[in-house]
Design a protein around this ligand. Structure first.
Ligand SMILES: [Zn+2]
Length: 90
């Protein structure tokens, strides 16, 4: 275990995509806006357990295809830079 982990620090990449939420994300929400994104283009949001339902509903209410991937403990998410926040995606 690294010193950072021992101190309880979590990498910023794990942070929930909900505006102003700083909780650790547990799920990656993969979604696409068919109106502006091509078939192979997928956006990714990170959601903590508290906001998973909110973010999921936000996307589904717009008719977007949505897929969930659970983030395993100890795995970094979003290293490809594909993740965005809720505010950036509007
Ligand atoms: Zn959250």
């Amino acid at each position: 275990m690294s010193l950072l982990n021992a101190l309880g620090g979590a990498p910023e990449r794990y942070t929930c995509s909900r505006a102003r939420c700083t909780a650790r994300a547990r799920t990656t929400i993969l979604w696409r806006n068919p109106a502006i994104h091509s078939e192979d283009r997928t956006k990714a949001w990170l959601a903590c357990d508290e906001h998973l339902e909110y973010l999921d509903g936000f996307l589904r209410s717009r008719g977007f295809p949505v897929r969930h991937e659970r983030i395993p403990d100890g795995v970094r998410a979003g290293d490809d830079g594909a993740t965005t926040t809720e505010e950036e995606s509007r």
